[in-house]
Design a protein around this ligand. Structure first.
Ligand code: DQA
Length: 146
């Protein structure tokens, strides 16, 4: 089993970016934690971050036939990107939308998600734990259907 973790714009700044909202872990730290978890679960994990919408679309397209599930924190593109939505729907791989912060407790423009209605589930507001919870949920789902 192989999963893909996709991180969108500005998540490369985690650790120093608005730590009161996003916490003090770096993206590298989060990815290392997920890799450790993946080893324990006996699965492969690919990680990808980009600040560019088109690069995220390309990476999602490349995942077709290569991974069983996707964890995606699309950052601000969650609230704006029909292109990322279309890419995810186009490859028909189950995905979980996740956010470090609780986007519904923040500005109104963060309440909309172009990804949510086709997601397997959404995890939002648990900081780094949003990633591990999302991974557990996705794995449980995939192991039931595989
Ligand atoms: C975020 C929430 C988004 O609204 C924001 O644009 C981000 C991070 C989160 O993980 O809480 O970049 O996706």
């Amino acid at each position: 089993m192989r999963l893909l973790v996709i991180s969108g714009p500005n998540l490369n700044l985690l650790g120093t970016r608005e730590p009161e909202i996003y916490g003090s872990s770096s993206l590298k730290g989060i990815e290392t934690l997920l890799q450790t978890k993946a080893k324990q679960e006996n699965i492969e994990l690919d990680c990808f971050q980009s600040n560019f919408e088109g690069a995220l679309v390309d990476r999602i397209q490349q995942a077709s036939g290569q991974v069983e599930g996707i964890l995606i924190n699309a950052g601000a593109y969650t609230h704006t990107s029909i292109a990322i939505r279309d890419a995810l729907l186009g490859i028909q791989i189950p995905y979980v939308e996740l956010h470090l912060s609780n986007t519904f407790a923040r500005e109104p423009f963060r309440h909309n998600s172009f990804l949510a209605d086709h997601a397997l589930g959404i995890v939002s507001g648990f900081g780094v734990m949003s990633y591990t919870l999302a991974m557990e949920g996705l794995l449980a789902h995939l192991r039931q259907i595989n």
